[in-house]
Design a binder for this molecule. Structure first.
Ligand code: PLP
Length: 360
């Protein structure tokens, strides 16, 4: 078996320790005589898996008791609709558009009410985070929406926006569990798990209880109503059982590694290796203003499309894969989530140095 260093933005690298454990339990989960894939979601074994996953996540993120944790299908994109359907009581919401994902959420919300774009960084290809200290928040806004880490463009809110008392909703798909967060600052904090946590096909939504009500927009599907899912403990219908199981393994791995403080320390260390190299390179250039750089997604370019393509091809041959930038921006992008070891980033930088010397 030979493993590569996988810099994919998602689905993405998972901890090897977790993959091994999952493989060992594939045919016989802890003496049950069956795989978790074959297990009833109403069984005692599965209830224990989902309960432990929730508790471990609560421990890791220090989630206050007045928040529900929902394991939902439909990915992060389905929340783009579910959020306005559940929260738009006044049919007004403010969106800060800092990339493709925030833009998609903003466009989706327009179907359900008045979604206002109150700030944007589109003027400079989303390469920075706008000043959010004094935004024109709508007096009747039901919430203010951000995408906290921009997977495609590699920017991250280092400070949360001043919402002037309005509920903050954040998509944290690509920075989930990468550092400690104060959950109490958010009304909803949610993310697709396929980047930092587990296999694709699930979103975890952490929602303050007062936002979970029967008062939703007319026509809201039963499955998209937060209350349906909260009342049923994410088991209204058959959930993504296997994904919940793998995510649970990752939560235990994170706890064992030292929790989110330790992840933050490691992520800062890893990102610094790459950014320090980019800052002195004569061939490669980071595309994001230094103060808003993500620790998770690092886009860079040579400025020459053919050179970029040559780099991606040769890197792949060297076992450094999925470095091609998003199709809308080109260039390269290295996603260095929790499970990417420091050695992977060091191998990437060593390869970039060699490539630079050879192509100077
Ligand atoms: N939000 C962010 C920040 C993302 O990076 C992505 C996917 O890459 C999504 C939302 C969409 O996630 P999903 O494919 O789970 O709908």
């Amino acid at each position: 078996m030979s493993r590569v260093y996988n810099f994919s933005a998602g689905p993405a690298v998972l901890p090897e320790e977790v993959l091994k454990e999952v493989a060992e339990e594939m045919m016989d989960y802890q003496g049950s005589g069956m795989s978790v894939m074959e297990m009833s979601h109403r069984s005692a074994d599965f209830q224990k898996i989902i309960d432990e996953a929730e508790q471990d996540l609560r421990d890791l993120m220090k989630i206050p008791d007045n928040y529900k944790v929902l394991f939902l299908q439909g990915g992060a994109s389905q929340q783009f609709a579910a959020i306005p359907m559940n929260l738009m009581k006044n049919k007004v919401a403010d969106y800060i558009v800092t990339g493709q994902w925030a833009k998609k959420a903003y466009q989706e919300a327009q179907k359900y009410g008045k979604a206002n774009k109150i700030a944007s960084s589109e003027d400079k290809t989303f390469s920075y985070i706008p000043d959010c200290s004094d935004l024109p928040i709508s007096p009747d806004a039901d919430y203010v929406y951000i995408c906290e880490n921009n997977t495609i463009y590699g920017t991250k809110f280092k400070e949360l926006p001043n919402t002037k008392g309005k509920t903050l909703v954040a998509d944290v798909s690509s920075c989930f569990l990468s550092e400690p967060v104060d959950v109490s600052k958010y009304g909803i904090i949610y993310g697709g798990v396929q980047k930092n946590i587990g296999p694709a096909g699930m979103v975890i939504s952490i929602i303050r209880e007062d936002l979970i009500t029967d008062d939703v927009l007319e026509g809201t599907p039963t499955m998209l109503k937060f209350k349906t899912q909260a009342d049923a403990g994410s088991l209204y219908n058959t959930p993504n059982c296997y994904c919940i199981y793998v995510c649970g393994k990752v939560f235990k791995w994170l706890k064992k590694m030292g929790g989110l403080e330790e992840m933050q320390r490691r992520n800062i260390e890893k990102a610094k290796i790459l950014y320090d190299f980019l800052d002195q390179s004569k061939l490669f250039k980071g595309t994001v203003v230094p103060e808003d750089r993500s620790l998770m997604n690092v886009p860079f370019v040579t400025g020459d499309k053919d050179m970029d393509a040559k780099f991606v091809k040769e890197a792949k041959e060297a076992g450094l894969v999925n470095l091609k930038g998003h199709r809308t921006v080109g260039g390269m992008r290295a996603s260095i989530y929790n499970a990417m070891p420091k050695e992977g980033v060091e191998a990437l930088v060593a390869f970039m140095k060699k490539f630079e010397e050879e192509n100077a």
